[in-house]
Ligand binder design. Structure first.
Ligand code: ZN
Length: 512
């Protein structure tokens, strides 16, 4: 069978594009973990050179020739057809944006990041207001170019496509609307019980080294292959993979609170298990990576929230916790579990709990789709943010550092990225329910047999890499399209149990 790997063909040429991306990723990992501060200038130049080379290779007409040659002999539904689909998508994105616009955006990005940093520190928009307005203008232009190139029918969809292929603003509006409608009254109800849960069970003197030993034991139990990975410290935890044989994670811990370190590691290991589980034979090919950022985030959220915050998990993990962290020796599952389910409306997304996190995403989705359509302009963005935040979460930012200027994403030009976080949460719950129906995952987790869940995920998600379109992957694995039901049921169940309250029947907001 000709799979396109014959010398001089499509996948061989693609390997170069992929290797240039991998080289950049290794340097970016180094930048975040090992590089001394003064390395910054030189590193920026090297990364820019690699990005330009990759872009050049992608836009090379000779690459398109071999892609189209492969397309002419790819059977519908074959892996080669998926390779062609993904290669075309990447090439179209690269070619559609005029070089002058690409360069202007890259140049503006560094200025915008600097003024964002200033705005963040000074808690005042200052120069960031104009820089953000220019970034929005550049992204509108890029979206229009992508629409012209036939990549998507609407500007927001065009930007989404880069992160979440096939997702549309219209579909997201429905599913995020469901989430919003049910979560807003729920968060308001729990807000009135603020302080009802004592989270002392997860606080104490918790030396970082001991937390790391515990986190490593959990990572190993989850199936993270350390001979194909690393764990290092970084300011912001992340996962980066250079093929299934080298998938690195980072973490950051709090000396007085178990949660950020442990759940950060479980989150990143969830991402890493996906990367380590991608088929080696597809490594470096267009369809060899993750299906989408939303699917990626579903893997991390599933291990972090559905597994790590479950009673079954703690029934066997608790003795390990006691052994490594004597300060928590008095902790029981009964005292620990509610502390993992505190719901508290707050202003900062990255510190938000499992429930309110989704409303932070809804807030950003609302603002950025209005910004992109021109319905909202940057001079009004702060007011719009504060009002929407108050309506969704019941809390109003005091400034911009805890409001509209808290995230780095828009300063980088990443508009259309935030929804992938919510897709991850929705899909995590949906996959867990499906796995529970298929292989009784809840029982397996309680027995400490985490491989039952990993095997299911390997089969249903990881093995497909980017071969199946995302919607098909979700339907096949869970029997339904992406929906809010499973996440809502999971969150309601946890809140009722943690707070000892009855939230009434879903969908009937008047029930008391
Ligand atoms: Zn993540």
């Amino acid at each position: 069978m000709d799979d396109g790997t014959a010398p001089g063909t499509f996948l061989e040429r693609w390997g170069e594009v992929s290797d240039l991306g991998t080289a950049s990723a290794v340097l970016a990992w180094d930048q975040e973990t090992m590089m001394p501060p003064r390395g910054q200038g030189g590193r920026g130049r090297v990364l820019a050179t690699l990005a330009a080379l990759r872009h050049e290779r992608l836009c090379d007409p000779a690459l398109t020739d071999v892609v189209e040659e492969a397309a002419s002999r790819a059977l519908p539904g074959s892996v080669l057809a998926a390779q062609v689909r993904e290669a075309r998508r990447a090439v179209r994105h690269a070619v559609a944006i005029p070089q002058a616009l690409e360069r202007a955006t890259a140049e503006h990005q560094s200025r915008c990041l600097a003024s964002w940093q200033e705005a963040h520190t000074a808690d005042a928009l200052g120069a960031f207001a104009d820089d953000l307005a220019e970034m929005v203008r550049l992204r509108r232009e890029a979206a229009a170019a992508l629409v012209d190139a036939g990549i998507a029918a609407h500007p927001y969809d065009a930007l989404l496509d880069e992160f979440e292929p096939g997702a549309t603003e219209a579909d997201l509006a429905v599913v995020l609307g469901d989430l919003q409608q049910q979560l807003v009254p729920l968060v308001a109800a729990v807000g009135e019980l603020d302080g009802a849960i004592d989270d002392g069970a997860v606080r104490g003197e918790l030396p970082i080294g001991a937390q790391e030993r515990f986190a490593r034991r959990i990572a190993e139990r989850m199936g993270y292959a350390i001979d194909a990975g690393r764990l290092d410290a970084s300011a912001h935890p992340f996962t980066t993979g250079f093929g299934p044989g080298d998938v690195r994670i980072t973490w950051r811990a709090d000396e007085h609170d178990l949660r950020p370190g442990l759940f950060g590691v479980m989150h990143e290991v969830g991402h890493a298990l996906y990367e380590q589980g991608l088929p080696p034979e597809l490594d470096g090919t267009p369809a060899g990576g993750a299906a989408s950022l939303g699917v990626h985030e579903s893997q991390s959220r599933l291990w972090e929230n559905q597994v790590g915050r479950s009673r079954g998990f703690w029934s066997w993990a608790l003795p390990m916790l006691h052994a490594e962290l004597p300060a928590l020796a008095g902790t029981t599952v009964a005292s620990l579990w509610p502390a993992l389910h505190v719901v508290r409306p707050s202003l900062i997304r990255v510190e938000a709990d499992e429930v309110t996190y989704n409303l932070h995403v809804v807030l950003r989705f609302e603002i950025e789709r209005r910004l992109l359509s021109g319905e909202l302009e940057v001079p009004d963005v702060r007011d719009a943010w504060d009002e929407t935040c108050a309506a969704l979460l019941g809390v109003r930012p005091a400034g911009v550092a805890d409001g509209v200027a808290q995230d780095i994403h828009w300063a980088m030009g990443a508009i259309g990225y935030f929804p992938t976080y919510a897709i991850g949460n929705l899909l995590a719950a949906q996959l867990y329910s499906a796995a529970d129906r298929a292989v009784q995952v809840t029982d397996a987790v309680a027995a400490g047999e985490l491989d039952v869940l990993l095997d299911w995920l390997r089969r249903e998600v990881h093995a497909h890499a980017g071969v199946l379109p995302v919607a098909e992957l979700i339907e096949r694995a869970t029997g339904a399209p992406l929906r809010a039901d499973d996440l809502l049921a999971h969150l309601r169940g946890d809140i009722e149990a943690a707070y000892g309250i009855d939230l009434g029947t879903p969908g009937t907001p008047d029930a008391s």
